[in-house]
Design a protein around this ligand. Structure first.
Ligand code: ZN
Length: 90
């Protein structure tokens, strides 16, 4: 089981390096190793509207979005430091 986290890399559609990508296609070659195609979220959403999109694409996009949200929140916490605004009640 892989750790949940962002999936940084290059978008297979716009070629931009991004932190969060969604799986948009599984390339099956029949023989030899296949591959997976990952796109940035805007490209993935665009691709989802095409007839080429697999029917599970909504799930992988939602998953990537959820990770992005969690990651952004963690990033914000790192930036603002420890929660000194929140009073400790004990
Ligand atoms: Zn893209």
């Amino acid at each position: 089981m892989e750790a949940e986290g962002p999936n940084p890399g290059t978008c297979c559609r716009c070629d931009l390096p991004v932190t969060h990508r969604a799986l948009i296609a599984i390339i099956e070659t029949g023989s030899g190793p296949g591959g997976s195609a990952y796109a940035c979220l805007p490209c993935a959403r665009d691709y989802a509207k095409t007839s080429l999109a697999p029917d599970w694409i909504g799930e992988t996009i939602a998953h990537a979005e959820a990770i992005r949200l969690a990651w952004d929140e963690a990033e914000q916490r790192r930036r603002t430091g420890p929660d000194d605004e929140t009073p400790t009640l004990l």
